[in-house]
Write a protein that binds this ligand. Sequence first.
Ligand code: NYM
Length: 212
Amino acid sequence: VDRSSLSRGALIVFEGLDRSGKTSQSARLVSFLKEKGVPVEAWRFPDRSTRVGQMISAYLANESQLDDRTIHLLFSANRWEKRVQMESKLRSGTSLVVDRYSYSGVAFSSAKGLDIDWCKAPEVGLIAPDLVLFLDVPPERAAERGGYGTERYEQLEFQKKVAQYYSMLRDPTWEIVDGCLTVEGIEEKLRGLVSECIDTCQKGKPVTNLWP
Ligand code: NYM
């Protein structure tokens, strides 16, 4: 029996608008899984620790100006530079809980007016998530939550556009979770969805690539 195809980890992705609760829910989920003894790591994109990530970070902080397509490709490159590591983690049985992925890449850039298919193209061949958890919060509600920071994109009108593009990207495999429920209520729902997904992956669900 080829054990390498068995018992792989799951790629679980959080998506949603800024201030939708992704970061706190992904942290809570990761500690829950760790307590249960599930091998898991918390990842996020952009990964600001790499050189490409530092360019992205400077752009988001308005410390540098970049052409819209250039920054789009940097966000994509930032995922590509982690792809090999991502695949080996998954195949060695470690699940990854990732705060934002390709859908953020496409939704934010197309909200600026770039063609959606053009935005998807550089994402083709990245690993497809096993589960996309979309925290659904109306842009107006998200804006009320402790205010946005000062980074680029953190403005209500722009977030409304991003919300429209997210709804175009949605497919039936996404789990749309009401992000206006209580923190504990959301957590409870996520735990159920994720446990099921991890089971399916352990049973040998193949690793596939974007864009399905
Ligand atoms: N963002 C994030 C993009 O525009 N494209 C991408 O590919 C990714 C991963 O970066 N407003 C945007 C969405 C956020 C910003 O993300 C920084 P975070 O999760 O706030 O660090």
